[in-house]
Ligand binder design. Structure first.
Ligand code: PLP
Ligand code: CA
Length: 305
């Protein structure tokens, strides 16, 4: 890496960095797109990296879509040649964790939207069916609990309710019941300056209610890198992580031994990066990136040579 020094990357340094790396890991929102708008130049950067023989992966904490749905989004936003196998979301990796690492015997109680449920089903992980509408007369005193539940998974859920929270903390009374979170993200920017609470805020509610701590699957946890590595055999020292959020993407890169680049098209600012760099605490320093660019489009010039 470059020593977590927040070094502003320019032409020749970008060339040297790309020459040294074989794998490029992109965060999605704030790096290659913002919501439904591609970051200018990002589709070209991804295509050119592939043409130059680099392996490209997309590592997103967004658990709301199944993989196949991301493929459509990439193509809709002008990314011509992105395959499902290159996309690693916190929903996909949570399902992989339950199947391959935890080897779950029993069912998972999932708080989350369609993306989480679809990935769990695709992985063959049994899920407790939630009624779409609560039956008349059910309450926290009498709502049914499934005796086969052995894991609770919490992700972004716009239909989060008190009842779901109540059920989840009942399941977690059993110390043998796993407690997983898709990602720790506190909030996300929406259009027009609004924000929406992230999975981390729902997980925090359940952590308080259960007096337990969730195992986080998404960034900054190492598991997403292990998940990619198990399929593609990545050498961390030849891999680059590009992200916009210091506490998730950049910390993820540091945790996995990757070189890190902060791009300023998303959530975190150069100021925040420099404050982490100058901090005395080693944990805070791990949130400082090796390098900083304004946008992934800064890679274009070198790639077009
Ligand atoms: N989770 C949700 C629900 C989101 O809406 C977003 C960003 O839009 C994210 C997570 C963060 O995604 P990424 O890791 O690609 O920045
Ligand atoms: Ca992001």
């Amino acid at each position: 890496g470059g020593g977590r020094g927040c070094v502003a990357l320019r032409g020749a340094q970008i060339r040297d960095l790309l020459d040294a790396k074989h794998n490029v890991l992109f965060d999605c929102d704030g790096v290659i797109w913002n919501g439904e708008t591609a970051v200018a130049g990002a589709p070209e950067v991804v295509s050119l990296l592939k043409q130059r023989g680099k392996r490209v992966f997309f590592v997103t904490n967004n658990c709301t879509r199944p993989r196949e749905n991301y493929v459509q989004k990439f193509s809709r936003l002008g990314f011509a040649d992105v395959a499902e196998e290159e996309i690693f979301s916190s929903a996909y990796c949570s399902a992989a964790y339950l199947r391959d690492v935890a080897r779950l015997q029993g069912k998972v109680y999932a708080i989350g939207g369609g993306g989480v449920l679809k990935e769990l089903r695709d992985a063959g992980v049994p899920v407790v069916e939630e009624p779409a509408e609560q039956e008349e007369g059910t309450s926290i005193y009498n709502c049914p609990l499934d005796p086969d539940v052995r894991a609770v998974l919490v992700g972004y859920d716009e239909s989060f309710t008190f009842m779901k929270l109540a059920k989840a903390c009942c399941y977690l009374r059993d110390a043998e019941c796993l407690f997983l979170a898709t990602d720790p993200d506190p909030w996300h920017p929406l259009r027009g300056g609004r924000i929406t609470p992230g999975s981390g805020s729902l997980t925090a509610a359940l952590e308080t209610a259960s007096s337990r701590k969730a195992t986080v699957i998404g960034k900054p946890s190492r598991f997403m890198f292990d998940c990619i590595s198990s399929q593609f055999d990545l050498d961390p020292s030849r891999s680059l992580m590009i992200g916009d959020r210091l506490e998730t993407d950049i910390l993820f890169g540091s945790n996995c031994g990757l070189s890190t680049v902060l791009t300023l098209t998303g959530v975190s600012t150069l100021d925040e990066a420099q404050r982490y760099r100058d901090s005395q605490s080693p944990e805070q320093k791990d949130c400082a990136p090796d390098f900083v660019v304004e946008s992934v489009a800064d890679f274009l010039q070198v790639l077009e040579e």
